[in-house]
Design a protein around this ligand. Structure first.
Ligand code: NAD
Ligand code: MG
Length: 399
């Protein structure tokens, strides 16, 4: 039977990898319900003309004319603005890829979750900001959440049906990013181009910077706690520069199960796309003798403070994970635009968490509280960024 699919964030790294798998699948295996993007109107239109979804949505309505012009005469239905993205997410697809980057992905992803079908979750920020509420919503609707983040997808597979509550611990691997062996002095002078040049994975700009600070792994620890219902002390992180082992489960009998593969997001995406079956991909196969050896290291909390910031924010609870995420998004954006230096990113997050108490945000009991806290935290972090930019940052350097 044909599986109908929607891709939220179709023009991004994960979105395009998903469409690559769809394009190489057998005729009739998949059909597109909706495609969405933020600003890349022409790219979105090209994808729509090629894959002919029932609906195409562009979040940035100021660029709607570009989509309109490109789709003129095609007979394809389209819309623009955040409401159009929500409309796309609420259409009745069997399978939705949630691959919008950042907290902006929360509302559209929730729309898909509320429909109670399969949601392939790449957007980790949604779980960081609203993990408990998000998972409750999935439980109520009956939606199946399939982790696409490679580490979480690996753990999902390595659990092999054993309840996560019965395992000794899980281990997320981290490549260590481009500054794995760099000193703080070198990191202080890093440009956006240096930070985005990931040694192993090819990804969007924001997650590439998150990998360089290791905030990505911090966000993933929180993501894992929510996805698998585990306390943070049962979620370990080890650095594995080759990025061949994506995640491990240590079972109570002492055995460790790992999932391995080339560092190519099409593997976890294909797992989710075919689930509960398997689909073939043309991803390059692992040549273990050619690899020779796999190495593992303990992360360095001094050079990568983001990891501990994320753990503490999760333990503090309330609005702290929302502040962590919002401040990180604001600081990464400022870094990518050359307003602050690389080391300022974690510093802005730490300062925002400290000053966040002054925001007097109430309990996070519903999604409105999540959105309000996210908004307030962004303003707070923007103030920290502006103050640092005025002081010249740790060493602000443009691309
Ligand atoms: P990307 O920047 O390449 O793409 C992001 C997509 O989201 C684009 O299609 C963009 O148009 C859309 N988008 C951005 N802002 C939006 C907004 N305000 N409203 C609507 N749409 C918006 O990002 P990516 O690397 O594909 O990552 C997507 C998500 O998947 C992130 O949450 C990331 O952490 C996660 N993820 C990515 C990878 C990877 O290999 N790229 C791996 C694991 C997890
Ligand atoms: Mg990951």
């Amino acid at each position: 039977m044909t599986r109908t699919i929607t891709i939220l964030g179709a023009t991004g790294s994960v979105g395009l990898a998903t469409l690559d798998l769809v394009s190489t699948a057998a005729e009739g295996e998949f059909s597109l319900t909706a495609l969405t993007a933020h600003t890349k109107a022409r790219e979105l239109a090209e994808l729509a003309l090629r894959f002919r979804p029932r609906f195409t949505a562009l979040a940035d309505s100021t660029r709607a004319h570009l989509l309109e012009a490109a789709l003129a005469g095609s007979g394809l239905r389209w819309g623009a603005g955040p409401a159009a993205v929500l409309e796309a997410a609420s259409m009745d697809a069997d399978w939705t890829m949630a691959a919008i980057v950042g907290a902006a992905g929360l509302a559209p992803t929730l729309s898909a979750v509320k429909r109670g079908r399969i949601v392939a979750l790449a957007n980790k920020e949604a779980l960081v900001c609203a993990g408990r509420l998000f998972m409750e919503c999935a439980q109520q609707s009956g939606a199946v959440i399939l982790p696409v983040d490679s580490e979480h997808n690996a753990i999902f597979q390595a659990l092999g049906g054993v309840a996560a509550s019965r395992v000794r611990r899980i281990i997320l691997t981290a490549s260590g990013g481009p500054f794995r062996t760099a000193s703080r002095e070198v990191m202080a002078l890093a440009s956006a181009r240096d930070a985005v040049a990931h040694p192993v994975w090819s990804m969007g700009a924001k997650i590439s910077v998150d990998s360089a600070t290791m905030m990505n792994k911090g966000l993933e620890v929180i993501e894992a706690c929510h996805l698998f219902g585990l306390p943070p002390e049962k979620v370990d992180v080890i650095v594995h520069p080759e990025s061949i082992v994506h995640g491990l489960v240590e079972h109570v009998d002492g055995g460790l199960l790992a999932q391995m593969g080339s560092p190519d997001m099409r593997i976890p995406i294909a797992h989710a796309l075919g689930w509960p079956d398997r689909i073939a991909t043309s991803v390059s196969r692992l040549d273990l003798p050619a690899l020779g050896r796999l190495t593992f290291e303990t992360p360095d909390p001094e050079r990568f403070p983001a990891l501990d910031l994320a753990r503490s924010a999760f333990l503090a609870g309330g609005a702290s994970p929302i502040i962590l995420n919002a401040a990180n998004e604001v600081a990464v954006d400022a870094f990518l635009n050359g307003h602050v230096g690389f080391l300022d990113i974690a510093a802005v997050v730490a300062e925002s968490l400290e000053r966040g108490e002054g925001l007097a945000l109430g309990p996070i009991d519903d999604f409105d509280a999540v959105y309000a806290a996210d908004h307030a935290a962004r303003q707070l972090a923007a103030g920290q960024v502006a103050a640092r930019a005025r002081r010249g940052g740790t060493a602000a350097r443009g691309v």
